[in-house]
Ligand binder design. Structure first.
Ligand SMILES: Cc1cc2nc3c(=O)[nH]c(=O)nc-3n(C[C@H](O)[C@H](O)[C@H](O)COP(=O)(O)OP(=O)(O)OC[C@H]3O[C@@H](n4cnc5c(N)ncnc54)[C@H](O)[C@@H]3O)c2cc1C
Length: 236
């Protein structure tokens, strides 16, 4: 529901709304904002990867994802947002201040369909929070995570997330990931990967999925895609 009349937006808030309060804000790298929130839990409780929607304006909803849930305080969550888009969602994020209160729309958590282990996770900056919520990069299984980010964020993100690999974005969205993927497929770096979660720029996901299928790396059923934004489209 990226765009909806004010009345419908208000109705959705009444049915799915949870009160939230900003506890703090951080900028882990240029173009990235981490929002620390206390938010009433939906049915089933908050989970890392939980999708939320906010009303960026009375008629414009934008979607974001819970990155972390505090193990000792289940209503304390964080969301990691990027500010590249420059639309109403980005303006809403930029204008947030500690102490601000707003309504989050959400329901019970529905995790994406995922296959096998280890997995390949590909995305751009706006998917970092989601991928960080799902990937297992510490113990046992070692998923491969590759994230394309603006080059001015490249020197700071690896300090915070050393377990993930960051690539400087090229001329067009998805170009850097695509060239990494083609090399990795040719070099055998993806041998043993049993599933993939591809998130982010809609047109780039399609190219990545085709490369994985045509290269015989993974069958279509082992690849999950979820577009987060598309060239020329407002909200998804
Ligand atoms: C299920 C789901 C979960 C999401 N979770 C997160 C999250 O946790 N963190 C996060 O940062 N984003 C997340 N997103 C992406 C976010 O909702 C979009 O980037 C959103 O479009 C931004 O809204 P906006 O109003 O600023 O820009 P819009 O008005 O939607 O778009 C304005 C222009 O910017 C372009 N654009 C949109 N998004 C991007 C982008 N990310 N990078 C570059 N250009 C863009 C559009 O093509 C358009 O031309 C999620 C999206 C979905 C569908």
């Amino acid at each position: 529901m990226p765009q909806a009349p004010t009345l419908i937006g208000k109705l959705a808030e009444t049915v799915m709304g949870r009160r939230a309060r900003v506890l703090g804000l951080d900028e882990p790298a240029p173009g990235f904002v981490e929002v620390d929130l206390r938010a009433e839990a939906p049915p089933g409780g908050w989970q890392p990867g939980h999708e939320i929607q906010v009303r960026a304006t009375p008629t414009q909803g934008r979607r974001y994802t819970v990155r972390t849930v505090d193990a000792h305080d289940p209503e304390h969550v964080t969301v990691l947002a990027t500010t590249q888009a420059g639309g109403p969602g980005t303006r809403w994020i930029r204008d947030l201040r500690a102490g601000a209160e707003f309504t989050v729309l959400t329901g019970r958590h529905r995790p994406p369909r995922e296959h096998g282990t280890p997995r390949l996770y590909l995305g751009d900056g706006c998917t970092l929070g989601t991928i960080d919520a799902y990937a297992h990069t510490h113990a046992g299984t070692r998923d491969i995570v590759v994230i394309e980010v603006p080059s001015d964020a490249l020197h700071l993100l690896p300090d915070r997330w050393p377990q993930h690999r960051f690539l400087p974005a090229g001329q067009a969205p998805g170009d850097a990931l695509q060239s990494w993927l083609e090399h990795a497929a040719a070099n055998g770096e993806l041998a043993g990967v049993e599933g993939a979660l591809l998130l982010g720029h809609a047109q780039s996901l399609q190219r990545q999925r085709r490369t994985l299928i045509d290269g015989g790396i993974l069958p279509r059923r082992a690849i999950t895609t979820k577009p987060y934004w598309a060239t020329g489209k407002q909200g998804l």
